[in-house]
Write a protein that binds this ligand. Structure first.
Ligand code: SAM
Ligand code: CA
Length: 238
């Protein structure tokens, strides 16, 4: 019964099914307001074979607003790539704000670094080249870090999202936000198993598990928004 009601209430054509609407949003509301350094970073990333990994500019625009709404000063990012989300975070927090940015790969971070430098925000960034989990554990060894982060962005190995979530729930202050990226995993979360491309199957499995867990987690308020490839915004409430 509940299922039927949900079906009736949902629109027949969602935003994600219309490429034209998506382009309209980008061209009308996102690109005209995108800060120059972010445009430039998108430009230098475009020729990278994995350019698609960069955070979607529409999701980025919302993240910039969220960062300012919670007055984020101390933040953490897991998954930097060439630095689109990192630079937008650095541009959104105050001059004495700090970002711990973790990625396995420093080379891709260095693609965007000259633009980050030119934008005058490098001093806010503590880049750590590492697997993210041990760094989160290390942060938690220092009691001062508990409940001290205002904002987190997770955009790395989907298999570990739930592990990151457990650690981030300890690092985040009550009222702080963590945003998970790619929570619709290319739309595969609703595809029948047989039509999901083989290479997307593991990610689909981890993503559906994550989505169920986040929806059932009483420590957070959530909003699962169809921006970019899907983002889930979680606000720690207890
Ligand atoms: N947020 C980035 C942006 O806006 O361009 C995109 C991040 S990209 C989708 C994912 C990144 O996660 C890659 O740069 C990859 O090296 C990194 N990564 C993957 N597994 C990781 C892990 N276990 N620990 C840390 N970083 C990881
Ligand atoms: Ca992503």
């Amino acid at each position: 019964m509940e299922h039927t009601t949900n079906k009736i209430m949902s629109p027949t054509k969602g935003l994600l099914q219309s490429e034209e609407l998506y382009q309209y949003i980008l061209e009308t509301s996102v690109y005209p307001r995108e800060p120059e350094p972010l445009k430039e970073l998108r430009g230098v990333t475009a020729s990278h074979p994995r350019a698609k990994m960069g955070t979607a500019p529409d999701a980025g625009q919302l993240m910039a607003m969220l960062l300012q709404l919670v007055n984020a000063k101390k933040t953490i990012e897991i998954g930097v790539f060439t630095g689109y989300s990192l630079l937008l975070t650095a541009l959104s927090i105050p001059d004495d704000g700090k970002i711990i940015a973790i990625d396995l790969n420093r080379d891709t971070y260095e693609i965007g670094l000259p633009i980050i430098r030119k934008a005058g925000v490098e001093h806010k960034i503590d880049f750590i080249e590492s697997e993210a989990l041990p760094i989160l554990d290390k942060l938690l060894e220092d009691g001062e870090n508990e409940g001290s982060f205002d904002f987190g962005f997770v955009d790395a190995d989907k298999v570990n999202y739930l592990n990151y979530h457990e650690k981030l729930m300890k690092l985040l202050r009550v009222g702080g936000l963590v945003v998970y990226d790619n929570t619709l995993w290319g739309g595969t979360v609703v595809m029948p198993e047989e039509s999901v491309p083989e290479f997307m199957k593991p990610g689909r499995q981890w993503t559906t598990e994550l989505n169920k867990s986040l929806a059932a987690d009483p420590r957070i308020q959530i909003s699962h928004a169809p921006l970019g490839d899907g983002i889930t915004i979680c606000r720690r409430v207890i």
